[in-house]
Design a protein around this ligand. Structure first.
Ligand code: OGA
Ligand code: MN
Length: 295
């Protein structure tokens, strides 16, 4: 595509190539640094609802391209509170940086190089994001893969007794720690999950677009099922998480430079493998503002 004469890309070239797993499809034939037609956006949105995670390979995007494409799917949410307590990039409060890189001893992004546990982004808020877009600028040779689960599939395959046990339950989603286990700025360490700060959402939600039911767990650490003695809540959460995170249910993204991933945060959970701290990984993320999860 010519850099000098932007072409409004029509839907004709857009191809959806599913991974064949419960989540994931590659979208080919679109250059996201160029204008994208409404018709192409509709095809991409439909594929997103069907496959939960989309991948666009070989993209060359500026921060503004990423913001512009992200905004085609809704207003953006501000980046979550990070360990600095201010945006990672001055002038870009809607962009979250995910990186292990340090400059003068200070991190320039979140999540470091360790494992990031299975989670839904920002589920500790009352209004949770519709989805997120993550763009790989520097990626690792090994490790740092991002795993995804379909929480529709997880719900649909729950054993009958677990499905009954979770029906009508509300879960409190701890806001104190991020997925790397770091305490967010302004929060106190949690000693009793039932007392932790964070939003309360139905354990089973209905997706506002597809109408399908999905298990909505957030994060395991400091999760709490409302109204239960803590030990019972822990036991039920442990069973739900063990079912959800069976390795054969997950699909993993192995990053290449220029990959843009977008996931539906209402019905997909994700995690990240640890990687060698001597490698460099640098990613930009946006998050699309959503609605309050409802049953
Ligand atoms: C995120 C996230 C994982 C990764 O951006 O929300 O969890 O692989 N990232 O960087
Ligand atoms: Mn995340």
């Amino acid at each position: 595509m010519s850099a000098t004469a932007p072409v409004l890309q029509s839907a004709i070239n857009v191809q959806v190539i599913p991974t064949g797993a419960a989540v994931g499809a590659d979208i080919v034939g679109v250059d996201l640094s160029q204008p994208v037609s409404d018709e192409a956006i509709r095809i991409i949105h439909d594929a997103w609802m069907q496959h939960l995670v989309l991948r666009f390979r070989g993209q060359t995007l500026t921060k503004d391209h990423l913001l512009e494409f992200s905004r085609r799917f809704g207003d953006l949410d501000k980046a979550p509170i990070n360990t600095l307590g201010k945006p990672w990039i001055d002038g870009y409060p809607d962009i979250t940086v995910m990186s292990n890189i340090k400059v003068d001893g200070a991190p320039i992004g979140g999540l470091g190089y360790g494992e990031a546990v299975w989670h839904t982004d920002m589920s500790y808020q009352e209004v949770t994001p519709t989805g997120a877009l993550l763009y790989g600028i520097e990626v690792t040779k090994e490790g740092g893969e991002t795993g995804f689960l379909s929480m529709y599939q997880v719900y649909d395959t729950l054993p009958a007794d677990l499905k009954a046990a979770v029906e009508g339950k509300m879960i409190k989603h701890d806001a104190s720690y991020n997925s790397a286990g770091d305490l967010r700025k302004g929060f106190e360490p949690v000693t009793d999950p039932s007392k932790a700060p964070g939003a309360i959402h139905p354990a089973v939600i209905r997706h506002p677009v597809t109408g399908r039911k999905a298990l909505f767990l957030g994060r395991r650490p400091n999760g709490y099922i409302m109204g239960m003695p803590l030990a019972e809540s822990e036991a039920l959460l442990d069973r739900l998480w063990a079912h959800s995170t069976q390795p054969h249910l997950a699909w993993y993204q192995v990053w290449k430079v220029g990959d843009l991933l977008m996931w539906d945060n209402r019905c997909a959970m994700h995690r990240r493998n640890a990687f060698d701290p001597n490698e460099r990984r640098y990613m930009l993320r946006t998050q699309i503002r959503g609605s309050r999860p409802s049953a």
